[in-house]
Design a protein around this ligand. Structure first.
Ligand code: ZN
Length: 92
């Protein structure tokens, strides 16, 4: 992919997450809003939902430290660097 296309893609992603309550990047590479996901289960230590981008089951234990692998990466204010789960920086 050319640098221009990559830059354009990043701009589109920035616009897409601008209005989100809590934008996250899924392990599949998709972006969705944690504020609008349909939670399928609530437990004492975590909530479980289905990622709208790929249908994978995700939970928030990665964020609270209950497990070492995260099902998503928080984007935006909390993580302005926007690091992907593989550690590569995608944010410009
Ligand atoms: Zn996904």
């Amino acid at each position: 992919m050319s640098d221009n296309l990559r830059r354009e893609e990043q701009l589109i992603e920035q616009l897409a997450i601008a209005d989100m309550f809590k934008p996250v990047r899924c392990t599949c590479g998709g972006i969705y809003d944690l504020g609008t996901v349909e939670v399928t289960g609530r437990y004492t230590d975590c909530s479980v939902w289905r990622a709208p981008c790929c249908g994978r089951t995700a939970d928030d234990r990665g964020e609270t430290g209950w497990k070492s692998t995260q099902d998503y990466t928080v984007l935006g204010k909390a993580n302005p660097g926007g690091f992907r789960t593989d550690g590569e920086r995608w944010w410009p």
